[in-house]
Design a protein around this ligand. Structure first.
Ligand code: NAP
Ligand code: MG
Length: 456
């Protein structure tokens, strides 16, 4: 059995508690994992075409509830309504994309003497997905859609701060006809539910997104059972602006590349590197773009940014700004809720704390560079390597710098967001493995090689 307590769910735009959700203890977590284990043989045996059809139906049910899911996220996470609609749509699209996988999960036939050699991509069993609070819906979908498509059953732990959309997605899966216990939401604390995913032997893989610190602990814990892990961790991505770039375009787009989702984005371009010959000009173009960035009640259609997730997080973000060299800042609502204005800080060296550490808030650090080598050196002077952008009209330079910056994803003359059909993940301490795109599915499987002797 196991007992269940409850956690308060708070609207970060007002600071008010508006509902409570269950928080499971270790025994209740074990019970969920064991139900997932029992559901696995029948789920892996569902014919590929039928599994595909169920996932497509799940996508369609998500689409029918898009507005409801988006509104839940506005309330629970303070996301702007525009972003929240995109996020719910992303769950639908990722389900649709991986719904194409079951019938295409082919192995190989490898030539051998005396028989037939074939490979199979076998599902792993129960997959545990641990989700952070910053993008509750997309990050859940990037794990559960390919995991289910490959024939695994899933237990998913949402962040304690933002459990509502995950819980609703679990209900919608059942409404779409997924069998009981194939996809279960297990709300509770990381130190309880998340930890049990790592230690319970029936969970064969952990798909974790969150801080580098917790991710390292999960990787260490997984070693005990040689449990598979995919880790999507922190970032401190660079936005590199060369003197020959379209400076107006680069300056107009820089604010959203770091302030979107109030900067609570592992891909935030939070380090701005500007070539010194255009440094002053670029900052003068950036200032009006930052000051006009609209921070307001996130359910307003015009909102570009809402509040931070919690009071504690706002204190952490503020600690990076206090005592730092402020270039300029935008405006934010006063009063209730965890509001913080878009803020631009001047870095004096790469040792500055706000330049080195992931702030995870609407704070941009700026530093000038001399030339291409200097830009690459400064961009790579970090333990992270998740994302980044560079701006130049020189095609050769765009290619050279793209190949030299140690990061899992880069955009040239844009700040492309994550596309579900291209790979996403980090180099260095930003992560291990890749999500999304054509290959992610295979990380939810193990290859089995079978040799059949022909006989005489
Ligand atoms: P976090 O503290 O690492 O938490 C992430 C998730 O792990 C939450 O569900 C949390 O549960 C759980 N957790 C905490 N301790 C655990 C443990 N000992 N064992 C198992 N699970 C545990 O991160 P956060 O504060 O929520 O999110 C911010 C961080 O996530 C940032 O550093 C950001 O860069 C990173 N992030 C990375 C990506 C990416 O794709 N690379 C995406 C989003 C966020 P609780 O409910 O108890 O907190
Ligand atoms: Mg945390």
């Amino acid at each position: 059995m196991g007992s269940v307590t409850t956690t308060d769910v708070i609207n970060p735009a007002t600071g008010a508690v508006f509902t409570t959700v269950p928080s499971l203890d270790p025994a209740a977590t074990d019970a969920a994992i064991e139900r997932a284990q029992r559901a696995f043989p029948a789920w892996r045996a569902v014919a590929p075409g039928d599994r595909a059809r169920l996932l497509r139906r799940f996508a369609a049910v998500v689409d029918q509830h898009l507005e409801e899911l988006a509104e839940l996220e506005v309330r629970n996470a303070g996301h702007t309504i525009g972003n929240a609609r995109w996020e719910a749509g992303n769950v639908r699209d990722v389900l649709d994309y991986y719904a194409g996988a079951p019938e295409r999960l082919s192995g190989r036939q490898i030539p051998v003497a005396g028989g037939l050699d074939v490979t199979f991509h076998e599902p792993l069993g129960v997959v545990g997905i641990i989700v952070p609070w910053n993008f509750p819906m997309p990050i859940a979908g990037w794990g559960f859609a390919p995991a289910l498509a490959a024939g695994n059953t899933v237990v998913l732990k949402p962040a304690e701060l933002t459990p509502l959309t995950a819980i609703r997605l679990g209900e919608l899966a059942l409404e779409a006809g997924l069998p009981e216990d194939v996809f279960q939401i297990v709300p509770g604390k990381g130190s309880v539910v998340g930890r049990r995913f790592v230690t319970h032997p029936a969970v064969r893989k952990i798909c974790f997104t969150g801080s580098t610190e917790v991710g390292k602990g999960i990787m260490a814990g997984a070693a005990d059972q040689v449990k598979r892990v995919t880790l999507e961790l922190g970032g401190k991505s660079a936005n590199i602006v060369f003197a020959d770039a379209d400076l107006e375009k680069a300056a107009a787009s820089a604010p959203s590349s770091v302030f979107d989702n109030a900067g609570q984005d592992c891909c935030a371009r939070s380090r701005l590197l500007v070539q010194e010959s255009v440094y002053d000009k670029f900052l003068s173009l950036l200032e009006p773009a930052v000051k006009s960035f609209r921070v307001e009640e996130p359910s307003n259609a015009t909102a570009e940014m809402g509040p931070l997730i919690s009071a504690g997080h706002r204190e952490t973000v503020a600690s990076y700004v206090e005592g730092s060299d402020l270039a300029f800042a935008g405006a934010a609502p006063q009063g209730d809720g965890w509001w913080f204005p878009p803020t631009v800080l001047l870095a004096h060296s790469t040792a500055d704390r706000h330049w080195r550490e992931e702030v995870f808030g609407p704070v941009l650090s700026v530093l000038p560079f001399k030339d291409e080598d200097d830009a690459v050196r400064l961009a790579n002077d970090t333990e992270y390597g998740l994302s980044g952008s560079l701006w130049t009209r020189d095609l050769g330079r765009a290619l050279r710098v793209s190949r030299s910056v140690e990061t899992g994803a880069l955009s040239v003359n844009s700040h492309s967001s994550v596309r579900y059909w291209t790979p996403f993940g980090g180099m260095k301490q930003s992560g291990l493995g890749r999500e999304l795109g054509p290959d992610a599915l295979l990380s939810f499987t193990d290859v089995k090689n079978v040799f059949l002797a022909m006989g005489d």
